[in-house]
Ligand binder design. Structure first.
Ligand code: CA
Length: 227
């Protein structure tokens, strides 16, 4: 069953939501402030986030922005104060999937949760492969081909390529790549990123005579859509 994270500082609302969601069969986790909310939202086993806008620590908008900035696509439903149009618009701008104004009917929230979870399942089926010209990266078989010829990559090379392709047309800093691909905090040494980009270039760019991974001077790397 899907696991839902509730980020809400008002205990009464959080408990009420927890009860209703558990009754529907969902697993529930609660975070009482923005920072904790952000940390928990980044956990891979969370399937959907219900995110209040008004939170101590980090605001809900900021939590949403950071989660998206890290490339995490978990569905987010924002809870905004009644009639606060600015918050609604800002929430959607920050990458929220949907919003509800307080006070809300629980049936409507449950319906929106089902929609958001279904959309995610459909998107997952569609996104089994990432493609870039003749390069195809298959996320289920972990196989990469160029013009239907297999490109043999190590696990890290694959993950780096996957991350760059998922963030196509966005310049990724070395720190971002290190934090997301290597899964450890940036400690000042980003050489490993350059080394792995070099491996990828040898195996793909050089071998097939293409220019896939570009260096963004002073920033990091980017894979751009072919013109
Ligand atoms: Ca609140």
């Amino acid at each position: 069953m899907a696991k839902i994270l509730i980020v809400e500082d008002e205990n009464k609302i959080a408990r009420f939501l927890e009860l209703e969601l558990k009754y529907e069969g969902y697993e529930v986790e609660i975070a009482g402030d923005g920072r904790q909310g952000y940390q928990k939202a980044m956990q891979e086993d969370v399937d959907l986030v219900i995110l209040d806008v008004m939170l101590p620590g980090l605001s809900g908008l900021e939590v949403c922005r950071r989660v998206r900035q890290e490339g995490r696509q978990v569905p987010i439903i924002m809870l905004t104060a009644k009639d606060d149009v600015t918050d609604k618009v800002a929430g959607l701008d920050m990458g929220a999937d949907d919003y509800m104004t307080k006070p809300f009917a629980i049936e409507e929230l449950l319906a929106r949760i089902r929609v958001a979870l279904n959309r995610r399942v459909n998107a997952a089926v569609k996104s089994e492969t990432l493609q870039m010209g003749k390069l195809v990266l298959n996320l289920s078989s972990h196989m990469v081909t160029y013009d239907q010829e297999e490109v043999v990559l190590t696990k890290k090379e694959f993950q780096l390529l996957e991350y760059l392709l998922k963030n196509k047309n966005i310049a990724m800093t070395r720190e971002q790549l290190l934090n997301n691909v290597w899964d450890y905090e940036y400690l000042g040494d980003t050489n490993v990123v350059d080394v792995y980009v070099r491996y990828l270039r040898q195996k793909i760019d050089d071998k097939y005579g293409i220019h896939m991974i570009s260096t963004v001077r002073g920033v990091g790397y980017i894979i751009k859509d072919e013109k």
